[in-house]
Design a protein around this ligand. Structure first.
Ligand SMILES: Cc1ncc(COP(=O)(O)O)c(C=O)c1O
Length: 405
């Protein structure tokens, strides 16, 4: 008998998939379109050097920055979240409804600790983000995928599956979804908040990409249509500030926040206070709008370079999403091309790796789902690299197509 807890077995498969993505981020020899990290030009080094010098002085925020913090997080940072990230996007929240977390992934762990018993069902998107699937599996959840189209989750399918499976919660990445780049429409956001109230089911809105928009109009949070207290917003500073700072937050009903704080105490006590001080000061000093403008400009041209190169070089019959923001496009190759099976050969011959589409499908989907698909990340490599390597990838797939004919 294994000495490890039973839940470790259930997460093994998802962990293997996740490692493919994370290992590509640290392998210097390979051009990675697989990851999900900010470009190295995207970090606010100058501002943070200046802030760190002032923060790390006794009497300023020095003491605050190095001592233990509270489980709910520093008021200074929660105020900035409320005033800079939520209120201008139409979401009114009290400080008691905002909790700081260690990155944007931790909310899914804390929420699973709060809501999930082994065997409980969670509705997820098809395809869905593999890292969060791993966490849900770790808690013994059964994942039930729901249909998506160009407007995000299909509400008829969600409602039918709420009735069939009585899920503990519904997990969605509504804006520039990971992995597809698709955004949920306004109507569906309202509808989902309505379903949360009607069926008394929790909706977890995971929204780390929403600020990084290149085209189209900003849409309200699902949370802003919440009338029942059943919508929980999870967010991250990783894409707009620094992933290494490990900062994120949850916006939820105070009764939920209260329980999550107890769980946080039993998990890691509090979030890194130095990182909280640096981020709070960054936002308080008004550096964010210009920083965000710069990020959007940088990534917009990378997105355009990637879509141009795919259109110019991939085999006829290839389809891809047209993301208005975020980090990814989702590519569907002609069905005869198995991107999943070819990834080893491509890494070896072309020095390229990508998010193999099949890893974003959990159990409950048809076998072979996503094998002709890829998640391509455009935030990391520069435009020239994107153009060169995406065209090489396209030429490789065209040769394979020719050989099949
Ligand atoms: C859908 C989604 N949720 C949450 C996160 C947040 O991750 P982190 O814990 O790095 O802030 C990410 C980052 O890749 C993501 O893609």
């Amino acid at each position: 008998m294994s000495r490890f807890a039973k839940r470790i077995e259930t997460m093994d498969g998802e962990v293997r998939k996740l490692k493919v993505l994370t290992e590509s981020l640290v392998n210097a020899g390979i051009i990675s379109f697989a990851g999900g990290a900010p470009g190295k030009e995207a970090y606010p080094f100058d501002q943070l050097r200046e802030i760190a010098d002032e923060v790390l002085r006794p009497g300023y925020l020095g003491y605050e920055s190095l001592k233990y913090g509270s489980a709910i997080g520093m008021p200074e940072l929660r105020e900035q979240i409320r005033d800079v990230l939520l209120a201008p996007r139409g979401l009114k929240a009290e400080l008691g409804e905002i909790m700081v977390t260690a990155g944007g992934i931790q909310p899914m762990n804390l929420l699973s600790q709060l809501f999930i018993d082994p065997g409980d069902c969670i509705l997820v998107e098809k395809p869905s983000f593999v890292h969060t699937s791993m966490i849900y599996k770790m808690f013994g959840a059964r994942l039930v995928p729901c249909e998506m189209d160009d407007d995000g989750l299909v509400m008829e399918d969600v409602e039918a599956k709420i009735k069939e499976y009585s899920p503990k919660f519904i997990y969605t990445v509504p804006t520039f979804q990971n992995p597809t780049g698709v955004t949920m429409s306004l109507e569906r956001r309202k509808k989902l908040a309505g379903l949360a109230a009607q069926y008394d089911v929790i909706v977890v809105e995971d929204d780390p990409y929403r600020e990084i928009r290149y085209s189209g109009e900003t849409l309200p949070y699902i949370k802003s249509f919440d009338t029942s207290g059943n919508v929980v917003l999870a967010n991250s500073f990783s894409k707009i500030f620094s992933p290494g700072a490990r900062l994120g937050y949850i916006v939820a009903d105070p009764a939920i926040i209260d329980k999550l704080c107890n769980i946080k105490l039993g998990t890691d006590t509090c979030t890194n206070t130095l990182a909280q001080c640096l981020a709070a000061e960054f936002f308080r000093r008004g550096y964010y709008p210009e920083h965000l403008r710069r990020l959007c400009e940088l990534y917009r041209s990378r997105r355009d370079a990637m879509l141009r190169a795919i259109d110019a070089s991939f085999p006829e019959g290839t389809r891809h999403t047209l993301p208005d923001g975020g980090y990814y496009t989702w590519v569907e190759l002609p069905a005869c091309l198995n991107a999943s099976a070819m990834k080893g050969e491509i890494a070896e011959k072309l020095n390229i790796c990508y998010g193999d589409g099949s890893i974003f499908y959990s159990e409950g989907t048809e076998p072979g789902s996503g094998t002709n698909c890829m998640r391509l990340n455009f935030s990391g490599p520069d435009e020239e690299t994107i153009d060169t390597y995406i065209r090489r990838l396209g030429a490789f797939f065209c040769e394979k197509m020719e050989a099949i004919k």
